[in-house]
Write a protein of this length. Structure first.
Length: 192
C-alpha cells in the first residue's frame, strides 16, 4: 500500500505508511548493496554519544538534530538515521542536486507511540517551529510509520523526519540540507 498523504503544503508533506519499517533496538547488519547498517545506539539523555554515529559525521545539521533529540530533558528519542547526496542531472539545473536524510523519531514512553495521531501532531508541531529562509531551498517529508517492535512492545509507531536540501551543485545542496536539519533541531528544542 502506498503512503497516505495527510497534509501537504509549500515545502512539506506529512504522510502515513502502513508498512512497518524498523524496530527498536536493532543490531548492525551488512546490506546486499554493500552498505552497512551500524545498528541502534541508545542516545537517550546522551547527546555526547552522537559523535559515535557514522551517519552523523556526514552532516553538521544531522548531528545537531540528533543532539537536540538526545537531550536529557527531551521526551523524544531517535533510532535510525542517514543522509546522502543525489544528482538529478541537467534536466533540473536549479535543483540538480538534492541531499536527503532522515531520523526516525519517537517518544521515549511506549504508550505515546501507540496512537499514530500523536506522531502526526508531533510532525505538525515540529514543522510549525521551523524558521523560513530566503536564501536556502529546502523542504520536509514527515512519515508516520508502524514499528515492528519498540523494546518488545507491539502496536507502536515512529515519525520518519526527512529534511531535504536542494541546490544547483552538491555543495549548495548540502548547505541547504544542513540548514533544514538545523532548523528542525531548533524546533525540537523549542518543544521543551
Amino acid at each position: 500500500m502506498d503512503d497516505e498523504i495527510l497534509f501537504q503544503g509549500p515545502g512539506f508533506t506529512i504522510a502515513r505508511s502502513h508498512v512497518p519499517g524498523t524496530l527498536v533496538p536493532y543490531a548492525s547488519a551488512n546490506r546486499a548493496d554493500g552498505n552497512v547498517n551500524h545498528g541502534w545506539l541508545d542516545l537517550r539523555g546522551r547527546p555526547d554519544l552522537v559523535s559515535q554515529i557514522p551517519e552523523a559525521r556526514k552532516s553538521a545539521g544531522l548531528t545537531k538534530l540528533l543532539e537536540a533529540i538526545a537531550q536529557p530533558s527531551s521526551e523524544l528519542m531517535s533510532s535510525g538515521c542517514e543522509c546522502a547526496a543525489f544528482d538529478h542531472g541537467e534536466e533540473a539545473p536549479n535543483s540538480r542536486w538534492h541531499v536527503g536524510g532522515f531520523v526516525d523519531v519517537m517518544f521515549k514512553d511506549a504508550e505515546r507511540n501507540r496512537d499514530p495521531e500523536s506522531l502526526v501532531t508531533l510532525a505538525r508541531r515540529l514543522l510549525a517551529g521551523v524558521r523560513g529562509s530566503e536564501e536556502h531551498h529546502f523542504g520536509f517529508e514527515m512519515i508516520v510509520e508502524p514499528l515492528k517492535a519498540f523494546f518488545g512492545h507491539d502496536g507502536c509507531h515512529a515519525l520518519m523526519a526527512k529534511p531535504i536540501g536542494y541546490g544547483p551543485d552538491e555543495q549548495k545542496a548540502w548547505t541547504n540540507f544542513n540548514f533544514a536539519a538545523s532548523a528542525l533541531a531548533d524546533a525540537v528544542t523549542a518543544l521543551r
